[in-house]
Design a protein around this ligand. Structure first.
Ligand SMILES: NC(=O)c1ccc[n+]([C@@H]2O[C@H](COP(=O)([O-])OP(=O)(O)OC[C@H]3O[C@@H](n4cnc5c(N)ncnc54)[C@H](OP(=O)(O)O)[C@@H]3O)[C@@H](O)[C@H]2O)c1
Length: 339
């Protein structure tokens, strides 16, 4: 196909939040496809806290994005040209195809078809990586039991909101921690959480003392730092802590502040376990099936937050750290496929 591809390439490693100098918008002509390749037009770009981790110097669970490389990112797009029978023109595909208008799939660049009939936005949010992360983190790692007290940090976000609702479905009592009154009202209203704590305006420790007089059985942590410490101090016997992420630390250059109350893990015979959704790739269908059933039954609600235009991706990334996003954050790079 003739045309131009716009790409956001990493120009320099940021200190703190990303800024106008972090990425460079580059245009280059599309090249002809080789046999086995297919051209994907990006429709939605997933904006994830881990994007910020990937542009740090130090290696994480994936190697850092190199300077000059197209920014790594999860995408959903439409195949618009193909020399691969398994990826015909017109199908939608999911993949890690990066911050660009078009990507060439095939060879080392992997994508998989979106199941027919699933709206693309939902495939990126409630049935996407964040929904699946919530499923495995809650059910495979934390394992809440009926009547137990579950606390979720980052509770109004894409992952936390689904995690808390899954704990409710298991019969637990659920307390969400979030950063605005609107988010807290959403948690205790539409989502059915038992309580919500606004960490920006309330004393989290004092509120947890009030709401969890017998301690915390399960903690699903998206935030780390002081909130993790406040929970560690209030563990119940046999507590389980599922460490999903630590967004409070991703923009920091310095070592994170010390965790003071880890000794409570010993005292309360508790288990703290980190997990990565990537380790569950072969079990994704199990999670998606369960989520589809719960959504269909009206037991799981979610929000999508759409920002328009590829060039907005860096600004969108910062929204995750200021809390401006309400729900799963994604950038609409191009129009939804017809039909
Ligand atoms: N382990 C895995 O495989 C895996 C997979 C996906 C995501 N994750 C992790 O899951 C977490 C949530 O990711 P997401 O994609 O669902 O994003 P999200 O929760 O939709 O958005 C991030 C939210 O984090 C909150 N936040 C930002 N800075 C904060 C701070 N300093 N203290 C407290 N809260 C803060 C903000 O909400 P407020 O307005 O409430 O502050 C913001 O809306 C992240 O830690 C991410 O790395 C892990």
């Amino acid at each position: 196909m003739e045309g131009t591809n716009r790409q956001l390439r990493l120009a320099r490693r940021p200190v703190g939040m990303v800024d106008d100098d972090t990425f460079e918008l580059v245009e280059e002509p599309l090249r002809a496809l080789e046999p086995g390749e297919y051209l994907v037009r990006t429709v939605y770009l997933s904006i994830d806290p881990t994007n910020r981790v990937w542009i740090r110097e130090e290696p994480s669970y994936l190697p850092p994005v190199a300077i000059g490389e197209v920014m790594r990112g999860g995408t959903i797009g439409e195949v618009v040209e193909s020399r691969n029978d398994a990826f015909p023109v017109g199908i939608a595909v999911l993949g890690m195809l990066g911050w660009q208008d078009y990507a060439i799939g095939g060879g080392d660049v992997l994508a998989r078809p979106v199941p027919p009939g699933v709206p693309l936005q939902q495939m990126m949010s409630v049935f996407g990586t964040t929904g699946v992360t919530a499923y495995f983190g809650m059910l495979d790692v934390a394992k809440p039991q009926p009547g137990e007290t579950v606390v979720v940090s980052g509770a109004a976000g894409a992952t936390g909101s689904v995690a808390g609702q899954i704990a409710k479905i298991q019969g637990a009592r659920v307390i969400g921690i979030a950063g605005t009154p609107d988010k807290c009202s959403w948690l205790t209203g539409e989502l059915g959480f038992d309580h919500a704590v606004n960490y920006r305006t309330e004393d989290v420790g004092a509120r947890l003392d009030e709401l969890c007089p017998d301690g915390i059985d399960v903690f699903f942590d998206n935030v780390g730092g002081a909130i993790l410490d406040a929970v560690l101090r209030r563990l119940a016997l046999g507590a389980r802590l599922a460490l999903c992420g630590a967004i409070s630390t991703y923009n920091e250059e310095d070592q994170p502040p010390p965790i003071h109350w880890y000794m409570n893990l010993v005292v309360q015979r508790a288990r703290m376990q980190g997990f990565l959704v990537l380790d569950y790739l072969d079990r994704f269908p199990e999670a998606v099936l369960a989520l589809v059933e719960w959504v269909g039954a009206g037991r799981i609600h979610w929000r999508d937050h759409i920002v328009e235009g590829l060039e907005s991706a860096p600004r969108a990334l910062n929204m995750l750290f200021t809390g401006e996003n309400t729900g799963k954050l994604m950038v609409r790079v191009g129009p939804d496929p017809a039909g």
